[in-house]
Write a protein that binds this ligand. Sequence first.
Ligand code: DX5
Length: 223
Amino acid sequence: MSKVQIIPAILATTEEEYQQKIQQIESSGLFTDGWVQIDLMDGKFVQNVSISPEVVKKHSTSFKYEIHLMVEDPLFWASQFREFPRAQRFIVPIELPNKEIDEFIGQVRVLTDAEIGFSFEPATPLSKLKKYQNVAESILIMGVHSGFSGQDFIPGTLKKIQETAKLVKENELDCLVGVDGGVNHENARMVIDAGADYLVIGSHLLEGDIDENLGKIWEALNG
Ligand code: DX5
């Protein structure tokens, strides 16, 4: 089984909060996989507004960035990372109109060499991926309704993860399965056993001592 990745999620609504969270992750030194997920929100696709791409670029680090675009115009937001090679994966909501998604794929492939992934809200069926299943380099299954950190994991998500892992395997897709939202040391093992390749974790890593929190999650996964 390929190695499980734990990717810290930064959901920040102010530059100060963003700085504090990125410094917390850097201070850990334990995220050897080198990825962080940055949540960007436009207040339209989700009822929350995040820091801007400018703030992300201003406080650059040595991490690889998975940019989670919870926005109605993903191309506008992604194009602001054109000169920022650390943005190595963009996640767009599969719920967006095909026109927006097609335009995004076409342009991102020209502007960057970043991977493209699709996020699925809890209510969105996996069948929505059909048109893009050979484009997807990551499928991010949301364990919560996007927009806010600290929510409880929706139990029905486990079945969707199993379904996604089965689809990837049966179609021999070169695609990672990620799970994002409500993941903690109590459910992490179930999420991985359901077929996830990587876990995106916010509050249960960043609230309190990050190394202690990470240790609890690895203990749950390896126990
Ligand atoms: C939710 C975000 C998630 C969230 C994860 O809209 O996409 O990345 O920040 O935070 P927790 O792990 O606290 O649910």
